[in-house]
Write a protein that binds this ligand. Structure first.
Ligand code: NAD
Length: 262
């Protein structure tokens, strides 16, 4: 029986090099752990939390993992990140676009300038950053004969985010981008998958999971709880494996049946 704490690998990723963005904590760190446990060498990307990224690198199974920093809201930094990983680790076989931000910016609460800033920051980080990184990495993968790209989206893309509309739009855009790339890159043997989590217990969600609002959020799922980072990491590991190519373009919901789209 598979338990929530099962540590057996779903895929054999030996010989693969994976770049995981936003991997110094939360879902990204869990993904780095799973991919390393499956045999991949992992480039642990971080924005500014160098010590946290180094700690993730130190605890990963296997050898020759490395930490890389970049602010993914800056286009040139996306290109430099991909080039540094290829220079130092030799290649990128798997790209996991996980880094993202969630900011409350209610339409009835913010002034116009604050509204614009929230849209700009969120789209730049959650959508344009992954698009720019994908541009550079996909060209490298095509030259190597293939690869896998997994994008971390959100339930909010489908359900709406009334208090964070730029976030919902950024993730809906990421879904659309992923499906466009699944079609554009399939002839290059590059497969693109998406996981769309509901609430997951990480620093990003921490303030929302306290007190009565936390109880209400847990009650959204018939499981009566939110998800754990490793539950998302296992799906990423599966999508990163060989033999799932015909599922390219898929969006895997992981929200404890709190929101079921038809
Ligand atoms: P988190 O805040 O713990 O981690 C996000 C990571 O992204 C951080 O390491 C942060 O440094 C990095 N990041 C943010 N802006 C960046 C930038 N400009 N450049 C480089 N790195 C940057 O959050 P998490 O919960 O682990 O979220 C991971 C992904 O999962 C995000 O894309 C998020 O939208 C998505 N997600 C999370 C939840 C949830 O409930 N936690 C639900 C649905 C989707």
């Amino acid at each position: 029986m598979v338990s929530a704490t099962d540590t057996s690998a779903l895929s054999d990723l030996s010989g693969n090099i994976a770049l995981v963005t936003g991997a110094s904590r939360g879902i990204g760190a869990a993904v780095a752990r799973r991919l390393a446990a499956a045999g991949a060498r992992v480039a642990v990307h971080y924005n500014s939390a160098r010590d946290a990224a180094d700690s993730v690198v130190a605890e990963l199974q296997g050898e020759a993992h490395e930490a890389f920093s970049a602010d993914l809201s800056v286009p040139d930094a996306c290109r430099d990140l991909a080039e540094s990983v290829v220079d130092r680790m030799g290649a990128i076989d798997i790209l996991v676009n996980n880094a993202g931000i969630f900011e409350l910016h209610e339409i009835t609460e913010l002034d116009f300038e604050g509204w614009q800033m929230a849209w700009e920051r969120t789209l730049q980080t959650n959508l344009i950053g992954p698009a720019n990184l994908t541009y550079v990495v996909a060209r490298h993968m095509a030259e190597r004969g293939g690869g896998r790209i997994i994008n971390v989206s959100s339930r909010g893309a489908f359900r709406g985010e009334p208090q964070a509309p730029a976030y919902g739009a950024s993730k809906a855009g990421l879904n659309s981008f992923s499906q466009s790339m699944a079609q554009a890159l399939a002839p290059h043997n590059i497969f693109v998958g998406v996981v769309a989590p509901g609430f997951i217990e990480t620093d990003m969600a921490a303030s929302h999971l306290e007190g009565a609002s936390g109880d209400a959020i847990r009650a959204q799922s018939p499981l009566g709880r939110v998800g754990q980072p490793d539950e998302i990491a296992r799906i990423v590991e599966f999508l990163a494996g060989d033999g799932i190519g015909f599922a390219t373009g898929c969006i895997v919901d992981a929200n404890g049946a709190s929101y079921l789209r038809t």
